[in-house]
Ligand binder design. Structure first.
Ligand code: FMN
Length: 245
């Protein structure tokens, strides 16, 4: 349709990278492109921690569920929702900052997601590839300690970036009818659309894995959603000063 939309539609996560490094000027350019994203009420509540290769990075890979590409990616960024500098801004004006609102947690987390997606797209536009790492939240307290995160800061996810050393197919997404509704929420046709989509996804996995994995989308989701989802998150976020009211 146009090069930007083509680029967006060509996205696929990259988990294998060549040894070619990414220079710091490029990382700076990507992070600046991230900063250009829209930001709720201009709060700019995202801090990026670039973690170089070495012990700290290896520890993060382990904490993220032993995801090897966290250690081997040329660049690894941790996106942190950060309301700490706002404390500073309030202090500069003798204003008493009110913290702990769910709304603040939401806006800071949204800022990170928008920022990071700009970084991902900018990277892809340069021929680089990447994968988000939500696995950092498996051991979020240990990750936060390792990165010396203070109160009012939490790691939302990581992002591996590098030159792709694989060329996976794009992963089929849900049919448009399921995600785009007109005027009201009508999900009466969703089951039918999802059943058709399940066949696509099953075929995608079958061809991608040479027949080793055959799983539909609904199977995958139902397998995941019967389990607890990182129940340590709420007490951890409370400790960091988030979602208290
Ligand atoms: C917030 C977030 C966290 C993710 N965490 C991980 C992760 O820890 N490990 C991983 O291999 N992929 C992770 N992914 C990648 C997704 O699995 C991937 O985007 C999804 O399966 C769709 O595939 P695609 O990106 O190739 O289109 C994450 C994606 C997002 C958006």
């Amino acid at each position: 349709m146009n090069p930007t939309i083509d680029l967006l539609n060509a996205h696929r996560s990259i988990r294998k990278f060549t040894a070619t490094p990414i220079d710091q000027a490029t990382v700076d350019t990507l992070v600046k492109a991230g900063q250009a994203a829209a930001t709720s009420s201009f709060i700019q509540a995202c801090t990026v921690i670039q973690v170089s290769s070495g012990e700290r990075r290896d520890a993060l890979a382990e904490m993220a569920g032993n995801q090897k590409y966290v250690a081997s990616a040329p660049v690894f960024l941790v996106f942190c929702a950060d309301m700490k500098r706002h404390q500073l801004a309030c202090d500069m004006h003798d204003a008493e900052m009110q913290t702990g609102f769910t709304e603040q947690f939401l806006t800071a987390s949204l800022d990170c997601a928008l920022f990071a997606q700009n970084v991902m797209i900018a990277a892809e536009s340069l021929g680089l590839g990447g994968v988000y790492i939500g696995g950092l939240r498996n051991q979020i307290a240990a990750v936060s300690e390792l990165l010396e995160l203070p109160e009012l800061v939490y790691p939302v996810f990581g992002l591996c970036l590098g030159h792709p050393d694989q060329n996976p197919e794009t992963k089929p997404r849900l049919p448009l009818e399921v995600v785009l509704k007109q005027d009201r929420y009508d999900d009466s046709q969703d089951a039918e659309h999802i059943a058709a989509y399940d066949k696509n996804v099953r075929e995608y996995y079958r061809t991608r894995t040479g027949g080793n994995k055959e799983m539909s989308w609904s199977e995958q989701i139902s397998g995941m959603l019967v389990k607890e989802a990182r129940p340590h998150m709420l007490p951890f976020l409370h400790k960091q000063g988030f979602i208290k009211r």
